[in-house]
Design a protein around this ligand. Structure first.
Ligand SMILES: [Mg+2]
Length: 286
C-alpha cells in the first residue's frame, strides 16, 4: 500500500445546491432533529497505529456523544474498513447508545471500485448517497408526514473539507485531531457543541454555514465543566445518561486533562506514540 494518496475527481455542488445555500439564514420556531454525520478518525479520535485497537479520544468526547444522541439523529461515516469501524464504534459507544445509531457506514459505503477500495484513494462523502436511502430517511421523526433529511437539516462533522466537496455548506470542519499535547488540553468538541446549538435552530443549516462556517476560535462554546473533558486512551464508553445541564453561555477557560489517573494514562499513551508521526500521515485515515 503506497503512501501517496490517489486523487479521484471530486464531486461538485450543483447550481441548485449553491443557490439554496446562498439564501438568507433564518431561525425556525419549530426545530426538528438534524441528521448529524460523524467522522471518527481525526475528528473524535486518533489511532496511533492502524494495527492495534488503541485509540485516543478527543477531550470532551463523552459529553459530546451524549449531547449528540440526546438532540440529533446520528450516523457514523468513516472511510475505515467495516471491521475497524465496527470495533471503534463498539469501543466508543455502549450498546444502548449504539442502538440509537441511524447507520454506521464504512469504506464499503463510498461506491469505490474493488481496486480503489484497497488503495489509498481520496474518498468523498457525497451526502446524496445518504439522502437517497429510505432506510436512513425513515429515522426522520416526521417521515410519515413526508419530512426528509436533506441540505437544510444535515451536518457532516469531519476534519477534512475535501470530503465535503459536493456539499461544502453542510460541513462542520474541525481541525484534525492527532492527540498532540496541545490538543489534549483543548476543548474543540465543546465548541462544536456550541455551534450545533446554533445550527439546530436554523431553518436551513447550509445557509447558516455558508455565512458562518465553524471556526474553533472560542466563539462557540458549551457550558461543560473542565472536569468533563476526559480524553486520552479510551477506557469507558459513552452512555445516554442524564441530560447535560446547559447553563448560561460562558467560556470556562482551557480544559485540563482530567484527573491524575487520566494523565498517567495519557503520558503513557503519548510515550507509546513516540515512534509514530503525529503530523499528517496519509495512511492513518483508514
Ligand atoms: Mg477523518
Amino acid at each position: 500500500m503506497g503512501d501517496e494518496k490517489i486523487m479521484l475527481p471530486a464531486p461538485q455542488p450543483t447550481p441548485e445546491y449553491l443557490e439554496q445555500a446562498a439564501g438568507e439564514p433564518s431561525v425556525t420556531d419549530s426545530p426538528s432533529p438534524l441528521l448529524v454525520i460523524l467522522d471518527l478518525n481525526g475528528t473524535v479520535l486518533f489511532r496511533p497505529n492502524r494495527n492495534t485497537k488503541t485509540m485516543i479520544e478527543r477531550p470532551f468526547l463523552k459529553p459530546f456523544l451524549r449531547y449528540l444522541f440526546e438532540n440529533f439523529k446520528v450516523m457514523v461515516w468513516s472511510s475505515a474498513k467495516p471491521d475497524n469501524v465496527k470495533s471503534l464504534v463498539s469501543q466508543a459507544l455502549d450498546n444502548h447508545v449504539k442502538s440509537k445509531l441511524v447507520a454506521q457506514w464504512a469504506r464499503d459505503s463510498f461506491g469505490l471500485s474493488p481496486t480503489n477500495y484497497q488503495q489509498n484513494v481520496q474518498v468523498y462523502k457525497n451526502l446524496k448517497l445518504v439522502w437517497s436511502r429510505n432506510q436512513i430517511q425513515s429515522f426522520h421523526p416526521d417521515y410519515e408526514a413526508g419530512a426528509r433529511f436533506g441540505q437544510h437539516n444535515t451536518v457532516l462533522i469531519d476534519d477534512s473539507s475535501i470530503k465535503a466537496s459536493a456539499q461544502p455548506y453542510n460541513l462542520c470542519e474541525i481541525p484534525e485531531f492527532c492527540a498532540t499535547p496541545e490538543q489534549m488540553e483543548g476543548d474543540m468538541l465543546r465548541e462544536v457543541a456550541g455551534y450545533l446549538e446554533m445550527l439546530r435552530q436554523q431553518t436551513d443549516v447550509s445557509q447558516f454555514i455558508e455565512k458562518e462556517p465553524f471556526k474553533g476560535d472560542g466563539r462557540w462554546t458549551f457550558d461543560w465543566t473542565d472536569e468533563m473533558a476526559g480524553g486520552g486512551e479510551m477506557t469507558t464508553k459513552a452512555s445516554a445518561g442524564s441530560a447535560i445541564k446547559k447553563k448560561s453561555k460562558k467560556k470556562q477557560g482551557k480544559a485540563v486533562a482530567g484527573d491524575s489517573g487520566t494523565q498517567t494514562k495519557l503520558s503513557e499513551a503519548i510515550e507509546s506514540m513516540a515512534s509514530v508521526s503525529l503530523t499528517a500521515s496519509v495512511q492513518k485515515d483508514w
